[in-house]
Design a protein around this ligand. Structure first.
Ligand SMILES: C[S@@+](CC[C@H](N)C(=O)[O-])C[C@H]1O[C@@H](n2cnc3c(N)ncnc32)[C@H](O)[C@@H]1O
Length: 267
């Protein structure tokens, strides 16, 4: 979907069959697998402040976009759940050095982490193991199929410190000051309300908490990803700094992605 090479659909088909069985056997559990949106609770409602003037514009959509731009960047279409096979492809670790990314995140026992746009849970499960037994990973996505998939996987693999959350397009649905780290891998460029999402992420972070933004490098024409699914460092800084986060550094260790570190002010 995003690159030319297409791994076999076989693995995905097996997963879907397994999931169907799990769903049939535990339909009731599945219905309660999602957590309620924390922001719906009276005590945690923080109305979103308005976006900067003229930050959003609406135009005709290009091929992979939704037409809406944010600080001049056209927002990409959301990657649908049938592309789980692509997130789970066997070549991903070597192509993206996802193992190295896990090391660079530096999470440890007791950290509370939010994996926003968690998809199939590719990073959620290793994160949960890294922060256990005292930490928790909130896995947020707007597609119920993604949440079902990662929740079923966590049950199968006996990982019990993951809290799956069906988010909203403009709200991560986390309680204020509840996480130390927010991980955004290949997801931010799809947010159709990036201002509202980043403001809700900033609220969910504890003072001094970090955001790790991982996006394919737009500056590099050799990165074989569609343009709207890449981001430049300069664009990312404009957008996340507008939401009140401080840019700390770009760790350039990954082969085809930026790892951009941002932080919430301590006060
Ligand atoms: C390309 S996938 C990446 C999944 C995962 N981070 C990974 O790297 O394997 C992007 C995910 O972001 C999710 N997403 C898009 N907009 C979102 C939003 N506003 N809130 C939460 N998730 C969102 C999509 O549903 C999709 O599952």
């Amino acid at each position: 979907m995003f690159i030319e090479r297409r791994p076999s659909f076989y693995l995905y088909a097996v997963w879907v069959r397994m999931l169907s069985t799990v769903r049939l056997l535990s339909a009731c559990i599945a219905l309660s697998a999602f957590s309620a949106c924390e922001s719906d609770r009276k005590d945690s409602v923080v109305p979103s402040d308005p976006p900067p003037a003229n930050a959003y514009t609406d135009n005709e959509a290009t091929r992979d976009g939704i037409g809406r731009t944010y600080f001049g960047r056209e927002i990409a279409q959301v990657m649908g759940h049938p592309a789980i096979y692509w997130l789970e492809r066997g070549t991903r670790e070597s192509e993206e050095r996802t193992d190295l990314l896990m090391q660079l995140l530096g999470v440890r026992d007791g950290d509370d982490v939010a994996d926003i746009g968690a998809g199939s849970g590719y990073f959620t499960l290793p994160l949960a193991r890294a922060v256990a037994p005292n930490g928790i990973v909130f896995a947020v996505d707007i597609q119920p199929e993604m949440i079902d998939f990662l929740a079923a996987r966590a049950r199968t693999e006996n990982v019990d410190n993951i809290k799956p959350i069906l988010g909203k397009i403009d709200d991560v649905c986390l309680a204020p000051s509840s996480v130390d780290l927010v991980l955004l891998v290949d997801a931010y460029h799809e947010f159709d309300h990036p201002w509202e999402m980043m403001r809700s992420i900033a609220r969910a972070l504890r003072p001094g908490g970090r955001v790790a933004l991982v996006e394919y490098r737009a500056e590099d024409p050799d990165v074989p990803i569609k343009p709207l699914h890449k981001m430049s460092q300069a664009q990312a800084r404009i957008e996340l700094e507008a939401a009140g986060l401080f840019f700390e550094r770009n760790d350039s260790s990954l082969p085809i992605q930026h790892l951009l570190w941002f932080r919430k002010p301590t006060q």
